[in-house]
Design a binder for this molecule. Structure first.
Ligand SMILES: NC(=O)c1ccc[n+]([C@@H]2O[C@H](COP(=O)([O-])OP(=O)(O)OC[C@H]3O[C@@H](n4cnc5c(N)ncnc54)[C@H](O)[C@@H]3O)[C@@H](O)[C@H]2O)c1
Length: 266
């Protein structure tokens, strides 16, 4: 039997990169997946990929900064599938600049999507999970946040505001894990390193400009900073999310698992 047979999962920012890989791996493990993204066409493409390979999925528009939309997604999932077992707060954004040049727009943009978006979605998800009976493993629901190595390591050049937003995600992960442990809602996070996605493509370009070097030079820096000696793939992250989403992780909560090729160890 598949690891997530009979389970339902929602993934934010699932139209590309890490979120797409999470949606695909959860569906492959047997979960019915709500593929959500603020770019609905991208979410629809991932939904189609899942259905083409024999899985079950729906695509829904969700801007994580809009709690009404998050509420609608949860209602939709419960109407269609009866309950909500797994929720992945993955949507995230970044911008880059020297600290002295950061604007309030940079701060608000990063904090609103990465930190506040995680809070807004988690709140409606938890309200639903609290109404559900525990599953066969005694678990009412599982929330998995895509934080970052930058949620543990403040020394990330040109990313002070992003670092603050990801430290916030890890703080929220622990606070929620503590508050809802007695209700058997598990809340964990993954902390990726240098992952090859469209976010990284944008960052390579910005960082090259800020340092006055080439994009290849920056990419070399990322690889040199990674003891396992290569850039990370979205699938490297998704496999750890699958573990946290599964019964293999029934006794883990409040944890933030590094998946970064050794770039940060703690
Ligand atoms: N790429 C990396 O190196 C890296 C490293 C550590 C952590 N992360 C984190 O992983 C997560 C995914 O990043 P990625 O690299 O796949 O980026 P990406 O840009 O490839 O994908 C992000 C997705 O989120 C969506 N999105 C953006 N704002 C949204 C919003 N307000 N509401 C809903 N969806 C929104 C985008 O449309 C996109 O589909 C983010 O939280 C990011 O901070 C990325």
């Amino acid at each position: 039997m598949k690891l997530l047979a009979g389970k339902t999962a929602g993934v934010t920012g699932a139209g590309s990169g890490i979120g797409r890989a999470i949606a695909l791996i959860l569906a492959d493990a047997g979960a019915k997946v709500a593929v959500t993204d603020m770019h609905e066409a991208a979410a629809q493409q991932v939904r189609d990929e899942i259905i083409a390979s024999g899985g079950e999925a729906m695509a829904l528009h969700l801007d994580v900064t809009n709690q009404n939309e998050a509420h609608d997604v949860v209602v939709n999932m419960v109407e269609q599938w009866g309950r909500l077992d797994i929720w992945c707060n993955n949507a995230g954004v970044s911008t880059m600049n020297r600290f002295v040049d950061l604007t309030s727009w940079d701060w608000d943009f990063n904090m609103n999507v990465n930190a506040k978006g995680t809070f807004l979605c988690s709140q409606v998800v938890v309200k639903q999970m609290l109404t559900q009976p525990p599953d066969e493993d005694g678990i009412r629901g599982r929330i998995i946040n895509t934080a970052s190595m930058a949620g543990k390591r403040g020394n990330a050049p040109f990313l002070a505001h992003y670092v603050a937003s990801k430290f916030a995600v890890l703080g929220l992960t622990q606070a929620m894990a503590g508050e809802f442990a007695s209700e058997k809602i598990l809340v964990n996070a993954v902390c990726p390193g240098y992952v090859r996605t469209s976010m990284q493509e944008r960052e390579l370009q910005w960082e090259a400009e800020l340092r006055g070097v080439s994009i290849d030079d920056v990419q070399r820096l990322y690889i040199e900073d990674t003891p396992l000696g290569r850039l990370e793939t979205p699938e490297d992250v998704a496999k750890v999310v699958l573990f946290l989403a599964s019964p293999l992780a029934n006794f883990i909560t409040g944890e933030a698992i590094n998946v970064n090729g050794g770039a940060w160890m703690d």
